[in-house]
Write a protein that binds this ligand. Structure first.
Ligand SMILES: C[S@@+](CC[C@H](N)C(=O)[O-])C[C@H]1O[C@@H](n2cnc3c(N)ncnc32)[C@H](O)[C@@H]1O
Length: 376
């Protein structure tokens, strides 16, 4: 086997950004709801896990077929070449979901898929007794949508947002994948100033620094498929070597994070250190109203409090108003703010150049984008 079909799963609204990342890695992709699908050589498994900043996971598409009865589900699952991917001793937990499908009992679908895989494996590996299931992990999923079953194996293990640098977090940390997307949605270049005056645990700025120095976000973690036989060690070695070669640790950065909370600044500092960024990012405790911008043509990317509780409203409106007043004096700066607060533009005092709907977890937000006018 030389080629695999991969699915990079994406949070709602981030599919096009994930697709761009996949294309930038050299693979032609198609986009569906919540996923980006592409055919690629096996070496793409390590590369995509290491490099995709905005995808949730990378899965192998084992097969897709119509199934309206348990018999159809069983037979077609058994007809798929599981032995190409799963080692003889592999653990094969099966999870499931069913939407608008005749087969709606998820637990029955899971049990049937599991039985079909086990039968196939026993046949192919010539086993009489039950499978040992003591080896590497092959988390399998049966997803039914309108009577179409999609069978996948997860290559990532922990979700790709787990970069391995988060030592601590605040009350409302941004997922690393969304933070990276916020940065990639801007035109920020590594040689331009970047600030986040509500930096919390520092996620946006840490992701920006990794992007700025072209550091692979998965460089400091492990992946489930590192334990698999069919993804050869040489593929992992090549992917890690490529990441090492492409990292540009000499790229100077001008990134500053501030937050009203001392504790968050300490956490952000510790996270940046853990991410291998040392003191590349400047952190300071400060409230947004004290923000003083000295450079030109910079970017502000931020995830301020949303004021969801009525009691917080006034305070949050003041922060937005203060920020709007500060930014008004710096027309060469671009500002990108994600918030669920619906009257944001009114309070900030300016209509956004562009808006984009994004989900922060289950919260529907807008990403307000104000383009600066470049100064010489
Ligand atoms: C939604 S959190 C940001 C989370 C961050 N993106 C992360 O990933 O950890 C908002 C942050 O704004 C900070 N904050 C609240 N009021 C502030 C103010 N007046 N000035 C500056 N920061 C403030 C809070 O301490 C909190 O860390």
């Amino acid at each position: 086997m030389k080629q695999v079909t991969l699915i990079a799963t994406a949070a709602m609204g981030l599919e096009s950004i994930v697709a761009k990342e996949v294309k930038d890695l050299g693979y032609e992709a198609t986009v569906e709801n919540g996923k980006v699908i592409f055919d690629a050589p096996i070496s793409a498994i390590p590369r995509c896990n290491l490099w995709l900043r905005t995808a949730d996971r990378v899965k192998i598409l084992v097969g897709k077929f119509e199934a309206k009865t348990f018999d159809e589900l069983f037979e077609q699952t058994k007809a798929l070449p599981w032995e190409l991917y799963v080692d003889e001793a592999g653990q094969i937990p099966v999870s499931g979901k069913s939407v608008k499908s005749t087969l709606y009992s998820v637990s029955d679908c899971q049990a049937i898929v599991k039985k079909a895989i086990v039968e196939r494996m026993k046949l192919k590996y010539g086993l009489v007794n039950k499978l040992a299931e003591s080896g590497a992990l092959y988390k399998t999923e049966v997803a039914l949508l309108k009577d179409e079953a999609t069978l996948t194996i997860d290559t990532s293990g922990a979700g790709l947002h787990k970069r391995g640098y988060r030592t601590g977090q605040g009350e409302a940390p941004l997922k690393e994948t969304l933070a990276a997307a916020l940065v990639l949605l801007t035109n920020w270049k590594p040689d331009q100033p970047l600030i986040d005056p509500f930096c919390g645990s520092g996620t946006i700025l840490i992701e920006a620094a990794l992007i700025g120095q072209n550091i692979a976000p998965g460089f400091n973690r492990e992946f489930a498929s590192e334990e698999w036989d069919f993804v050869k060690q040489k593929h992992w070695d090549a992917a890690f070597n490529e990441a090492e070669e492409l990292a540009n640790y000499d790229q100077p950065l001008s990134i500053t994070g501030s937050d009203i909370s001392h504790q968050m600044i300490e956490t952000a500092q510790a996270n940046a250190l853990e991410a291998g960024l040392g003191d590349l990012i400047e952190w300071k405790q400060m409230q947004v109203s004290d923000l003083a911008i000295k450079q030109k043509n910079g970017y502000l990317i931020s995830n301020p409090p949303y004021g969801e509780r009525l009691s917080d409203r006034e305070e949050v409106e003041k922060m937005y108003r203060d920020l709007g007043n500060i930014m008004r004096h710096h027309p060469s700066w671009s500002a990108y703010i994600i918030t669920a607060y619906e009257q944001f533009e009114k309070v900030f005092g300016k209509t956004a150049t562009k808006k984009r709907k994004l989900f922060n977890g289950f919260i529907q937000t807008n990403y307000y984008q104000y383009f600066g006018e470049k100064e010489d």
